[in-house]
Write a protein that binds this ligand. Structure first.
Ligand code: ZN
Length: 596
């Protein structure tokens, strides 16, 4: 068997690590992520295609069978239509759901019939940007060439009609829309537009689409990330901006890097990643209280005193996945999977799934005192689009191929992968109950010499590897790869001990005793149903955590302190396991516990 032929690429750069999810050769086979993928397939394939395009058909004066949708989609499904199409096309290949690929094609064709002869998609920039994504992905992942023709036609219309004001976002205009009676919705979040136009061109669309993309660069913001500040100094970047879209805009910088090969974009991506993960994120990987970026002055820690809308967790996870995926691909550095892992376990991986009818998770609540999981108050919000995209992207985050026929394992989840190494097909089967258990077992199918790289997570203490029961010497630096290069035989078994344990995570350096607890990457939530908040002697660094908690079943941790008879100290369990409406606490002031 020969390696499958790679189509000619328009990319100006070659990847250091190639993510394998979109080759269709990765499957997540078991566990909570597999359940989430299966549930998303069922929910989104359960939507009536006639309902989804109902509003578009009415707008175009066509017969419109089916029913109007609700919430954000009550007029048309414009706010998320393109993302649903994108997610279905992705699911088709990353999870092998053939019906999803076909649904993406059918929706594109039904929509195409509503587009005017002049290419009028009848959308503002916000909806059209997402449509472009859906068209690019239907071409890329479902092989539907007509989608590229539709992209060319509508992009020509957009190029003729879209406003070009492109104001940089500011605290008074935090999403860059020109606030005016008629114009706001047409330019909002314009700085996210280049990404999918570039991706459309990379997928084969006309050169005019590339040209149009280049008009939407956000240099005024991106360039502020060209150089990091001197050690100890704050970042010189504007703040109080719309958080999700100011992370999502870096996906446009990543696309600009792929298309132009200009290294400055890679520098911007690296520095933006450092900025975001060191100044903007909570323990869960979420960011953006009230959807805002924050100055480095303790605002992050203070934000959990008041608001319930701590992080737009679904859109936020998707934007972080894209930035991290680009950096993994173009730098090959293991540490760019760290933020992904946080969100997989405690961000999007901890939300109640989108339900049939459009009930959708949106904000993660990390308030002090008491917090709850609630769906968004409107059906089918933005996060109903990014939910399917992020969930369908999960298999692409697990395995990466390198140029020498080797493989890198970024996440420890039950899964399989196959790839070509020195002309022969090799498979790996990963079995694990991590994070409840601390090991993962990887079985090799096939043989040959290749390099297997295993990510050492940043939280790991005592990462160990054995092959066929024999311990392997190697360097296990948290945030880097552990490298195994050898002649592999069919049936070889690699056992990885991950070294996860209980951790204490202060929200920021201005609030050293305002902390969350985590087991490895899994953020724990304390039961807040008639309980006292956690407290510990401070400085907590001097406390023996093994003595302060009793580990129970799974990842449950019971504080050894007693609280009061009426208000005992509540037990901790993974945030992902907390049902909707049940009160919990992720953060606590250890030296000043508050009850309400
Ligand atoms: Zn959202």
């Amino acid at each position: 068997m020969t390696a499958p032929e790679t189509p000619p690429s328009r990319s100006a750069v070659s990847a250091v690590l190639r993510p394998l999810g979109y080759t269709g050769r990765v499957r997540i086979t078991d566990g909570p992520l597999a359940d989430r993928i299966a549930d998303a397939a069922e929910t989104y394939l359960g939507m009536s295609p006639d309902d989804v395009v109902h509003g578009f058909r009415l707008q175009a004066g066509l017969p419109a069978p089916g029913n109007p949708m609700t919430g954000w989609s009550s007029r048309t499904s414009q706010p998320t239509f393109g993302q649903w199409v994108s997610g279905l096309a992705r699911l088709g290949v990353t999870a092998g759901v053939a019906e999803a690929s076909q649904r993406a094609v059918d929706l594109v064709d039904a929509f195409a019939a509503t587009v005017g002869d002049d290419g009028d998609a009848r959308m503002g920039l916000y909806g059209y940007e997402k449509l472009v994504c859906g068209l690019a992905d239907t071409a890329l992942y479902a092989g539907h060439e007509d989608a590229l023709a539709l992209l060319g036609r509508t992009a020509e219309w957009a190029s003729r009609t879209f406003e070009r004001a492109r104001p940089a976002a500011s605290p008074n205009d935090f999403a860059g829309g020109r606030i005016g009676p008629a114009s706001h919705a047409r330019t909002m979040e314009w700085y996210t537009f280049a990404e999918n136009l570039y991706r459309g061109w990379l997928a084969g669309a006309d050169d005019a689409v590339r040209e149009f993309a280049s008009e939407w660069h956000y240099d005024a913001y991106w360039d502020r990330f060209l150089t990091p500040p001197p050690p100890g100094q704050p970042w010189d970047v504007p703040t109080w901006l719309h958080a999700y879209s100011h992370v999502n805009t870096f996906a446009s910088a990543a696309a600009a890097y792929e298309v132009t090969g200009e290294v400055r974009y890679l520098d911007i991506l690296r520095n933006a990643h450092t900025y975001l993960t060191t100044t903007q994120t909570y323990a869960t990987g979420g960011y953006g209280p009230s959807e805002l970026t924050l100055p480095e002055d303790g605002s992050l820690g203070r934000s959990i005193e008041w608001r319930t809308d701590t992080a737009e967790i679904v859109c936020g996870s998707w934007a972080a996945f894209k930035l991290s995926s680009a950096l993994l691909k173009h730098t090959g550095e293991a540490r760019y999977a760290d933020w992904v892992e946080q969100l997989v376990y405690s961000g999007i991986g901890a939300v109640t799934p989108v339900r049939p009818g459009g009930r959708t998770p949106y904000y993660q609540d990390l308030r002090l005192g008491i917090a709850t999981k609630l769906p968004h108050w409107d059906d089918w919000p933005c996060c109903s689009g990014t939910y399917l995209q992020a969930v369908s992207h999960l298999p692409d985050l697990v395995y990466f191929g390198d140029d020498d026929g080797g493989l890198a394992v970024a996440l420890y989840v039950p899964s399989t992968v196959s790839w070509e190494s020195a002309g022969s097909t090799v498979t790996l089967t990963q079995r694990t109950a991590f994070p409840v258990e601390d090991t993962s077992t990887i079985t090799v199918g096939g043989s040959g010499r290749f390099r297997l790289r295993l990510r050492v997570p940043p939280w790991s203490e005592g990462f160990r590897v054995s092959v066929n029961g024999v311990a392997v010497d190697g360097v296990a630096t948290p945030g880097d790869w552990f490298v195994l290069e050898r002649d592999w035989a069919d049936g070889d078994v690699v056992t990885v001990t991950l070294g996860a344990g209980l951790r204490v995570l202060p929200v920021d350096r201005w609030h050293p005793n305002r902390v969350a607890f985590a087991h490895g990457p899994v953020v724990l939530a304390q039961n807040a149903d008639w309980t006292m908040p956690m407290s510990l002697p401070t400085p907590w660094e001097m406390v023996d955590l093994d003595a302060a908690f009793e580990r129970g079943e799974g990842l449950r941790y019971a504080p050894v302190g007693v609280g009061t008879a009426r208000l005992p100290l509540g037990e901790l369990r993974p945030l992902a396991d907390v049902p909707e409406r049940v009160p919990y606490r992720v953060y606590a002031d250890l030296d000043d516990p508050r009850i309400v």
